[in-house]
Design a protein around this ligand. Structure first.
Ligand code: AMP
Ligand code: GLY
Length: 413
C-alpha cells in the first residue's frame, strides 16, 4: 500500500517510522514532513498541510491508499472531508467530529448531555461577564479559551488577582468565548482510543505526559515536555472505568449527534477521588504520547487501522519494556525563542523523534519550540529513564532546555 502522512512534527515522525516497519506498507510519503523523515518517507516539504486541494491532487496522482492525518489543524479545517469526497481513505475524523478537540464548548456540552464525567463548567461570552464571574467563583478556577491553542490556551487561576490577569489575556476584546471550569485534583493520564462510529477500542497501555514547562510541574503549560508508558501506578481498573464511562459513551454520543468519529480519539483524563474524569479530548494522537506508545507497540499500526475500518477485533501487542521520552525545547518556549540554532549528536533510528529541526547545508538547526524527543527503553520505568537521559546527554546544543524529572511520578510510587 501507498501511505501519505500529513504533518511535520515528532508525532508524524513516529507515525512514519512505525508505518515504514509495516509489511503492508510499500511506499510512504509525508506532507509537509520534516527533514528527519526523509530517510523513511518521500517528503513533500513544498506542500503545506493547509493546502487541501494540492494534497488531494497529490494523493490522486500518487495512488495513495490511505492518508494518515497527524495534527489537529487540518482535521478541524476539514481535510478528511475533502479527501474522502475524492474517494481517498483517511485515518482521521471529519471536520464535524474534530470539533471535539476544536471547540472546548462542543466537547463540554456533549459530555454534559451524555453524562460523561468531567469538570463542571460555565460558558462565559463577554469580558464583562467574566469580570463579574471571577468575583464570586470558587478558586482555583480553570479558564479555557474556545478553539485550538496547542495546549497553551488554558490558565489556572488560584485567586482573584490571577483570574483578572487571565481574563485580560483571554479577552483581547469584549466578545469571546471562554469556558470556566472547576479545578480537578488528581493525576493526569492519556488514553489513545481507536474509534469507528460506535466501535471504540482503547489502547491497553496508557501514557503520562508532562504539560508544564519546568521540573515539579512548574511554569506555563506547553504542548508536552516528556512522557512515559506504561503507567504502572494507574492500574487496569482505571483503564476499565475510563473505557466504560468515557470511551464507549463518547463514541456512541458522537454517532447519536450525527458526527460519527473515525480515527484516533485522545482521552486526556484526570484520576480524581471520584474516578477518572475528562480534561480534554483530542481528535488525533498525542504528541509526545505517540512517540512512546508507538515505540512500545509491537503490533502493526497499519493492520490496526484496517481492522478498525472493518470493525474487526484489534489485539495490541506491546514490548515488555517501558519507554520514557524527554523533550528538548528551544530556550524560551512556550514563550518566544530563537530559531536557526545548531543541534547535533542524535541518530535517526528510533531513538529520537524530531519536531522542530530543519536541515541547512547538511546541518540540523532549530525551527520550532519543541525540538526533539529523546527516547529510552528499559525493563522498568527507572531503567528507561536512565536510558532516556543518556540519549539527552548525547545531544549537542546550547539552545535547548529540558525537564529532569520526567517519569518520576512512576518511580517514587
Ligand atoms: P487542556 O488543554 O484542556 O488539556 O488543559 C491543559 C492542562 O491544564 C491539562 O493538561 C491540565 O494539566 C490542566 N487542566 C485543564 N483543565 C483542568 C481542570 N479542570 N482541573 C485541573 N487542571 C486542569
Ligand atoms: N501531549 C498533549 C497533546 O498532544 O495534546
Amino acid at each position: 500500500m501507498k501511505i501519505l502522512v500529513i504533518g511535520a512534527g515528532g508525532r508524524e515522525h513516529v507515525l512514519a517510522h512505525k508505518l515504514h516497519q509495516s509489511p503492508l506498507v510499500n511506499e510512504l510519503f509525508a506532507i509537509p514532513g520534516n527533514d528527519a523523515m526523509s530517510e523513511i518517507a518521500q517528503v513533500q516539504s513544498d506542500i503545506a498541510e493547509t493546502d487541501h486541494d494540492t494534497i488531494v491532487s497529490f494523493a490522486q496522482e500518487h495512488d495513495i491508499d490511505w492518508t494518515v492525518i497527524g495534527p489537529e489543524q487540518p482535521l478541524t479545517e476539514g481535510l478528511a472531508d475533502k479527501l474522502e469526497a475524492n474517494d481517498i481513505k483517511v485515518f482521521g475524523p471529519k471536520k464535524a467530529a474534530a470539533q471535539i478537540e476544536g471547540s472546548k464548548l462542543f466537547a463540554k456540552q456533549l459530555m454534559q448531555k451524555y453524562d460523561i464525567p468531567t469538570a463542571e463548567y460555565k460558558e462565559v461570552k463577554t469580558k464583562t461577564e467574566a469580570q463579574n464571574y471571577i468575583q464570586r467563583c470558587e478558586y482555583p478556577i480553570v479558564l479555557k479559551k474556545d478553539g485550538l491553542a496547542a495546549g497553551k490556551g488554558v490558565i489556572i487561576a488560584n485567586n482573584l488577582e490571577e483570574a483578572n490577569e487571565a481574563v485580560e489575556k483571554l479577552y483581547p476584546e469584549e466578545d469571546g468565548i471562554v469556558v470556566f471550569e472547576q479545578f480537578l485534583e488528581g493525576e493526569e493520564f492519556s488514553l489513545m482510543t481507536f474509534v469507528n462510529g460506535t466501535y471504540a477500542v482503547p489502547f491497553d497501555c496508557i501514557a503520562q505526559d508532562h504539560k508544564r514547562a519546568f521540573d515539579h510541574d512548574e511554569g506555563p503549560n506547553t504542548g508536552g515536555m516528556g512522557v512515559y508508558c506504561p503507567v504502572p501506578h494507574i492500574g487496569e481498573d482505571v483503564l476499565q472505568q475510563t473505557n466504560d464511562k468515557i470511551a464507549q459513551p463518547i463514541a456512541k454520543a458522537m454517532v447519536e449527534e450525527g458526527t460519527p468519529f473515525f480515527g484516533l480519539l485522545y482521552i486526556g483524563a484526570i484520576l480524581t477521588s471520584e474516578g477518572p474524569k475528562v480534561i480534554e479530548f483530542n481528535a488525533r494522537f498525542g504528541d509526545p504520547e505517540a512517540q512512546v506508545l508507538l515505540t512500545r507497540m509491537e503490533s502493526d499500526l497499519m493492520q490496526h487501522i484496517i481492522d478498525l475500518e472493518q470493525k474487526q477485533p484489534i489485539t495490541f501487542k506491546w514490548k515488555s519494556q517501558s519507554v520514557v521520552g524527554v523533550m528538548l525545547a528551544s530556550k524560551g518556549y512556550p514563550g518566544s525563542y530563537e530559531k536557526g540554532k545548531q543541534v547535533s549528536g542524535f541518530t535517526l533510528d528510533g531513538k529520537y523523534f524530531v519536531s522542530g529541526l530543519k536541515k541547512e547545508q547538511d546541518k540540523y538547526v532549530t525551527s520550532g519550540g519543541r525540538v526533539i524527543l529523546a527516547i529510552g527503553e528499559g525493563d522498568d520505568i527507572a531503567k528507561a529513564k536512565v536510558q532516556a537521559y543518556e540519549a539527552v546527554d548525547k545531544i549537542e546544543s546550547d539552545a535547548l532546555f529540558y525537564r529532569s524529572d520526567i517519569s518520576d511520578k512512576a518511580i517514587k510510587k
